[in-house]
Design a protein around this ligand. Structure first.
Ligand SMILES: [Zn+2]
Length: 206
């Protein structure tokens, strides 16, 4: 959301107050304008406003896609008496009516593809993301790992390979790693830790 100076009188999306020309307002594309005091600050509040706006837009896309589909499938099912007539389809030579039908079918297929893209767009619009969502996901992984790992556990650290947890901090873990270049310690984000996968290299049955 950003600050703008009102050029056309409008209404605050939250309190309904009139925002006169020249007034300072907070704006976000598709969401609307707010008086500075009404700017949504809370993540969930921002999400609600964005979702409403995105849903309106997505509804539009789906409506357009629906109309296209209807029209296209009407074309693709037209003239059923000849559409499945093998002689009509395969007879050599030019049949103007057949040419017209093929061209119209081609356009209908294209229209269906556009409808599909519109539906995909509507779908992605409905997935509203708010700043902080990614961090929340990382924190979820950290919380999980704090639960399941303890000092002394051998874990997979991702890019640093396997190591032993020496200390668990708030967001990171101190990992001791013995590799070809000797023993070293590193601080790794708790979110990156995962259990060591058990590798079965030899399953010989005697
Ligand atoms: Zn307001």
């Amino acid at each position: 959301m950003r600050q703008i100076t009102i050029k056309y009188q409008g209404e605050c999306r939250k309190c309904g107050a009139t925002l006169a020309v020249g007034a300072t307002a907070i704006y976000e594309r598709r969401v609307g304008i707010f008086c500075p005091e009404c700017e949504p600050a809370d993540t969930e509040e921002i999400r609600t406003y964005r979702r409403e706006a995105a849903d309106r837009k997505a509804d539009k896309y789906e409506e357009w896609a629906g109309k296209r589909r209807e029209k296209a499938s009407a074309q693709l099912n037209s003239y059923p008496e000849v559409r499945h007539d093998y002689a009509f389809i395969t007879q050599p030579g030019r049949i103007p009516f057949r040419d017209r039908m093929n061209r119209a079918d081609g356009r209908a297929f294209e229209s269906l593809q556009v409808a599909e893209r519109m539906e995909a767009k509507a779908d992605s619009l409905r997935h509203v993301r708010v700043k902080g969502d990614a961090e929340k996901r990382w924190q979820g992984l950290r919380d999980l790992n704090v639960e399941r790992f303890k000092v002394g556990d051998v874990v997979d650290t991702g890019i640093y390979g396997r190591g032993t947890i020496l200390k668990i901090n708030k967001k990171t873990a101190k990992i001791g790693n013995t590799g070809t270049s000797g023993t070293f310690t590193i601080n790794v984000d708790l979110a990156f830790l995962s259990p060591v996968k058990v590798e079965i290299t030899n399953c010989e049955v005697k």
